[in-house]
Design a protein around this ligand. Structure first.
Ligand code: ADP
Length: 507
């Protein structure tokens, strides 16, 4: 699908980022997680990396996220910026403190909304047993605080770039409660969908708490089957929408992928764009990665073997050079295709392979992988935790990377895996379809193994094909080299965002 229907940008070369001519917009990114401060998935990586590319293009950028318990004030040298920011909510005025720091070694300001009642908890959104019961309140408060913070700073961006349902009320507030406030009137909004499956769906009795009026509780606004839907608010009230790959942008307009919101997305089709996420190669790079025992580039990728030895050693599995190690690093959720893996686990692990799993998420998948670990102790190592160091060792130490997602808005795992020379085994959906090319029959083209139908036999088929190809050193070596040289840096994507910001401002 064409990412932009309007003539927004020319195809960019992927040369290094350099400032674009003319004054660039002031951008505020608001998100519920930003790497390195807090992360549960790709959202954090994206919001942590895009600003770095935008400032290289000459933009002024600031960020806002909640101050969770896990965000260490010492480690990130947080400073108090505002004490007692008054936040008007439907149930009366509340108060937030605002802390700040800089993103990495840049000048980009990151603001943290602190309110212990909502954010001083172990999780970001809930526990393995389920979501926090007051998420509607937590994120309405976060949205409202973000807008009030601008007034307190007397800094108004040209575009507020929102991300996922946690920020969905911001465009709704701007178009209603703030509509007659001059300082806010010029602000435009872009809403990025990182995943349609998480919508922030709440009983309608939460509406008065948000401060919004009942006239917003309509089918063409934020009502969804008699409930309040924060994601829908983001889609309806924002000036433009995008999602994180061109294929997913097309898919979500269909009944299969739209998660009930395909109608809204079809209505807003003209304003719906697809921009592929990039990867921050300063963070994800086997040539500089300190977490792996031997750094390597495409020229000496045989040094991956040192990571493989270390990984298997740590996992308590025997090292055998000719046996492919398959890595899996993922949130454990229905989206990621674990039902397919469980259906084929017997014939899969009967092959000469070893599987290393790292993930956390739904309790049922924790149980599933624990049970499989008991059954296949010599073939499978399961790590049910969140561990960035181990993730990197798996990307570097595995030969293949398994990602048979049911749907995948963009997916970073497969792109990171390619950079580390671990060949992705993926389903042809969303961003996986835009980034991984199936190995051609004669073995001369392609960067991975791709199956189309969400069926376990089809997954098993490509695993067999991959294992066979692994046994052919020349084909495998060239495959690894092609995968490692693919460029998924932010260069092109950041320019597309800049084009989109410009287009929204002119609208
Ligand atoms: P999603 O955003 O749906 O979770 P992505 O593939 O876009 O999936 O991004 C996942 C990111 O989270 C990747 O950077 C991956 O390495 C990381 N990740 C997922 N699970 C874990 C884990 N258990 N430990 C460390 N990193 C993880």
């Amino acid at each position: 699908m064409d990412a932009f229907k309007k003539p927004l940008f020319k195809k960019e070369d992927s040369s290094a980022l350099s400032p674009v001519q003319g004054p660039q917009p002031k951008i505020l990114l608001v998100a519920s997680e930003i790497y390195p401060f807090a992360k549960t998935g790709g959202l954090a990586d994206v919001v942590g990396a895009l600003p770095l590319a935008l400032i290289k293009l000459g933009c002024e950028v600031a960020l806002i996220m909640p101050k969770y318990k896990s965000v260490s004030p010492e480690k990130y040298r947080l400073k108090y910026e505002i004490n007692g920011l008054s936040v008007p909510m439907g149930m009366g005025d509340m108060s937030a403190d605002v802390l700040s720091t800089r993103l990495g070694d840049t000048q980009i300001k990151v603001y943290f909304v602190q309110c212990d009642r909502y954010f001083d908890r172990d999780g970001l959104y809930g526990t393995p047993e389920g979501d926090y019961h007051d998420n509607a309140e937590r994120f309405a408060f976060f949205c409202r605080s973000s807008l009030e913070l601008l007034r307190a700073l007397d800094w108004y961006p040209d575009v507020i770039h929102l991300n996922d349902w946690q920020t969905g009320l911001i465009p709704a507030y701007l178009k209603t409660l703030y509509a007659d406030q001059k300082a806010y009137q010029k602000i435009k909004t872009l809403f990025t969908i990182h995943n349609m499956a998480y919508q922030g769906l709440f009983p309608k009795y939460v509406l008065p708490m948000t401060g919004l009026r009942w006239e917003e509780f309509k089918q063409e606004k934020l009502e969804f089957y008699d409930q309040v839907n924060y994601l829908k608010a983001g889609l309806v009230y924002s000036d433009a929408i995008n999602t994180v790959s061109p294929t997913y942008a097309a898919e979500i307009k269909t009944d299969e992928f739209g998660q009930g919101l395909q109608g809204v997305l079809n209505i807003r089709s003209e304003d719906l764009h697809g921009i592929l996420n990039g990867i921050d190669y300063e963070e994800w790079n086997p040539s500089t990665d300190k977490e792996i025992p031997a750094q390597y580039t495409v020229k000496n990728h045989d040094r991956k073997i040192e990571s493989k030895v270390k990984l298997l050693n740590e996992m308590g599995l025997e090292f055998k050079a000719k046996t492919p190690v398959i890595g899996l690093v993922s949130r454990l959720s229905d989206q990621k295709g674990f039902d397919l893996i469980s259906e084929i686990i017997e014939p899969f692990l009967a092959m000469d392979v070893q599987l290393v799993v790292l993930g956390t998420g739904d309790a049922r998948y924790h149980e599933m992988f624990q049970a499989l670990q008991q059954r296949f102790p010599k073939k499978l190592a399961v790590n049910l935790k969140y561990d960035n160091r181990l993730a990197k060792l798996i990307y570097a130490g595995s030969d293949m990377f398994l990602m048979p997602s049911r749907f995948e808005p963009c997916g970073l795992g497969q792109m990171i895996a390619m950079k580390y020379g671990s060949i992705p085994l993926v389903r042809k959906t969303g961003g996986l379809s835009d980034t991984v090319e199936n190995l051609s029959l004669e073995g001369k083209k392609g960067t991975g193994f791709v199956f189309e139908n969400y069926q376990s036999e089809d997954l098993l088929f490509i695993i067999r094909r991959a294992v066979e190809a692994f046994g052919q050193p020349k084909i495998w070596k060239e495959l690894v080299q092609r995968a490692m040289t693919k460029d998924f840096s932010w260069t092109a994507s950041a320019r597309q965002y800049l084009e989109l910001y410009g287009y929204i401002r002119r609208k």
